[in-house]
Each structure stands twice: as structure tokens, then as C-alpha cells.
Design a protein around this ligand. Structure first.
Ligand code: AMP
Length: 299
């Protein structure tokens, strides 16, 4: 009950709480988190002190706890790419709320038409809807024995962060940052394979050194031949909509960075370039190693 009442308090502290949605989230998420309470963290690996621990100490040992990480960052920064790679490495599911929304859009469910207009304008879906979708995803995962996660795209409002904080103690929030000049181009260059769901990027970015700032190169991420003819563009990756999403990030999601910064959970990571320049540096920042996949940074 303690977790639920904490969660409810967080929700009532903000505007228009929907107690039913929060209760549903708490109901699903509480059993998932119960056995991984923060008190089981080894002080040596306590990420609250902003010292990310290595895979060896975090993954299911010594006390049976899987990682609970969050990825923050502007649209186009590459959250999905890095979260998905890390999820393979660490062995926890990568849960992207944007994917949950797109799955719902693709279904014939009653929510679909309501969501379409919101998403295609680059606006945020209500906290209640997103928490409901996430709860259902966690519930399914729990039934399959999943524990731990890397969240991508959630939380996106301080209210979502408060609710999440009310039901679990997130270990680490990785705030990916990329030069603003690259963000729009990366969104416009994004392509998805309609068959396998693979993410690619046709944009190759060269930013010249200027006014003492170093230049930056980001290679494109071309699809393999079997995906090349099946690429689609997200309807919300148009210039107008991406600019709106970037504005909303600044006004509504940027404060989530402060929320976690003030709790000592935020790891700032400036992407130095594309995957080949960034992957190993990100692993280093996380005290992780990718033994079996040395080549992947260049992929
Ligand atoms: P993404 O793939 O993360 O860019 O998300 C695509 C769209 O899904 C966003 O522009 C929002 O409309 C919606 N969405 C995803 N996650 C959230 C969230 N945590 N809160 C509100 N809306 C979200």
C-alpha cells in the first residue's frame, strides 16, 4: 500500500490526476518492482550517486536485480538506437512508449483515431493514456518473466516522472545530447523497415568547425539490402511536425531532466558523432563492455 499511496500523492500534486490510470499503473508496476526495491542496491553500485555501475554488478547479481534505466533526449537524438543496443547487451527489454503508441495506432482499437491526430501533430498523448499503454506492456512482460527495463520516451512530463518515481526507484537516467543542427536532419533522414521494424538513417551530417566549436561528422545508417525496398517514413517526421516536437521537448520534457538531476540520477552524455564515434564512449561512461560485439560500433 505504501507504494500506491506514494504514487497517488505524486499524482494528486499535479493537475487533473486520473486516479484510475495511476492505480492501474501502480497495480502492474508494483509487483514488478517490489522485489527490486532500492534497498537491495549494493551501496557500491548505487547510481544515485551518479557513479554508473558496471554490467557485472548490475545484471541479476548479487541480489537478483535487473537494471531500470531511462533514456531522455530530444527527438532525433538516437534514444531508440542506443536503448535498443544496450537492451541487447544488458538483457532487459527496451520499452519505447512511442512504439506502444504506434502499435495502438496500427490497431483498430477505439483509441486509434483519437491518437492519430495528436501524434501526427507532434503533440504529447495524455499522461493517462500513456501510463495505461505502458502498464499493459509491463503486465505482458511480467507474465513472460521479464524484469527490469530500459525505458525510451517515458517519462516525458514531470507528472509522468513523479508517478514513475512513486512506484519505483529508477537507477539511472541517461540524457543523450546532440548538437541542435543535427536533430532535425536526423529526424528527416529516419527510415523504418516496414517488415522487420529496423531503424535506419539516410542523413549524413557534416558540421563545420566554427567559432572555436569543433566540427562533427555523423555517417548515415543505411539499411541492409533486404530492407532497402521496404523503408517507410514516420508520418510525424515531417519538418513542421519535428519542429513542433522539438518545441514541446523544450517546454515540457526539459524539466524532466531537472527532476532527475536534482535527485542525482542524471548521466549527461554528449554524443560526439554517429554510432561509430559514440557507442564505445557510451559504454565507457556506463562502465560496460561489449566483448562479443566489438564490430558493432561501426555498424
Ligand atoms: P517517439 O517515438 O518517442 O518520438 O513518440 C512518438 C509520439 O508518441 C510522440 O510524439 C507522442 O505523441 C507519443 N508519446 C510517446 N511517448 C509519450 C509519452 N511518454 N508521453 C506522451 N506522449 C508520448
Amino acid at each position: 500500500m505504501a507504494v500506491f499511496s506514494r504514487c497517488s500523492r505524486a499524482a494528486t500534486a499535479v493537475k487533473s490526476p486520473n486516479a484510475a490510470a495511476v492505480a492501474a499503473f501502480s497495480h502492474v508496476i508494483r509487483p514488478l518492482f517490489h522485489s527490486f526495491s532500492s534497498s537491495t542496491l549494493d551501496p557500491e553500485t548505487d547510481l544515485n550517486r551518479n557513479k554508473p555501475a558496471g554490467l557485472g554488478t548490475l545484471k541479476r547479481e548479487p541480489k537478483g536485480r535487473n537494471v531500470q534505466w531511462v533514456f531522455l533526449g530530444c527527438p532525433g537524438v538516437g534514444k531508440g538506437t542506443y536503448a535498443s543496443r544496450l537492451s541487447n547487451l544488458v538483457g532487459v527489454p527496451h520499452i519505447a512508449t512511442g512504439d506502444l503508441v504506434r502499435d495502438e495506432l496500427a490497431s483498430s482499437g477505439s483509441l486509434s483515431s483519437q491518437l492519430k491526430e495528436i501524434v501526427n501533430q507532434g503533440k504529447l498523448v495524455s499522461d493517462e493514456i500513456i501510463i495505461d499503454l505502458l502498464s499493459k506492456r509491463l503486465e505482458k512482460g511480467e507474465a513472460k518473466g521479464e524484469s527490469g527495463f530500459i525505458l525510451d520516451g517515458f517519462p516525458r512530463t514531470v507528472r509522468q516522472a513523479e508517478i514513475l518515481e512513486g512506484v519505483t526507484d529508477i537507477d539511472l537516467v541517461i540524457n543523450l545530447k546532440l548538437r541542435e543542427e543535427a536533430l532535425l536532419a536526423k529526424c528527416l533522414g529516419r527510415r523504418i523497415c516496414s517488415e522487420c521494424g529496423g531503424n535506419y538513417n539516410l542523413a549524413s551530417i557534416d558540421i563545420k568547425a566554427e567559432n572555436g566549436r569543433p566540427g562533427m561528422h555523423m555517417s548515415s545508417l543505411p539499411p541492409p539490402p533486404e530492407c532497402a525496398s521496404k523503408l517507410i517514413t514516420r508520418p510525424d517526421d515531417t519538418e513542421e511536425v519535428v519542429k513542433n516536437r522539438l518545441r514541446i521537448y523544450q517546454s515540457t520534457t526539459r524539466p524532466v531532466e531537472d527532476f532527475y538531476r536534482s535527485r542525482g540520477k542524471l548521466l549527461e552524455f554528449d554524443l560526439p558523432g554517429g554510432i561509430s564515434e559514440s557507442w564505445l564512449k557510451l559504454l565507457h561512461a556506463l562502465n560496460l563492455e561489449d566483448h562479443g560485439n566489438k564490430q558493432s560500433a561501426a555498424a
